[in-house]
Design a protein around this ligand. Structure first.
Ligand code: FES
Length: 123
């Protein structure tokens, strides 16, 4: 891995389309938090694991971010649903809110998240 690739999360084969997501630690605006990566329509997407309704993690069962149809990310607490491609609220109590995207790339069969001004690598 090189600096430009970012921080290794998992192998690409570990992410099934519409399947379980994988969590990773981040510092979000300087505070310890978790991010997660999922695969949708072949593409990897990563977000801060924090609901736009109440700032708590979405996956009450670890890694379970998709609702049963596999089309939306869902917060297990009150059922807010988000578009996996943009993190925008698609229904439920997250009205007008959205998940915070974390830059992610897939390279040589591996998934990396990329630190930026908002998200840093925990010490
Ligand atoms: S905390 Fe996520 S829907 Fe209420």
């Amino acid at each position: 891995m090189s600096e430009q690739d970012g921080v290794f999360v998992c192998d690409g084969v570990d992410l099934a389309d519409g399947g379980r997501g994988i969590r990773f630690p981040v510092l979000a605006w300087g505070q310890p938090a978790t991010g997660f990566v999922v695969r949708y329509d072949g593409q990897a997407y990563a977000y801060l694991n924090r609901c736009a309704h109440v700032p708590i993690e979405l996956d009450w069962n670890e890694g379970q971010f998709f609702e049963s149809s596999g089309l939306y990310l869902m917060c297990s607490t009150h059922g807010a649903v988000y578009l996996p491609t943009s993190g925008r609220c698609a229904g439920g109590p997250c009205r007008n809110g959205r998940l915070h995207p974390i830059p992610v790339i897939e390279k040589d069969g591996k998934i990396f998240w990329q630190p930026n001004d908002q998200f840093h690598v925990p010490a």
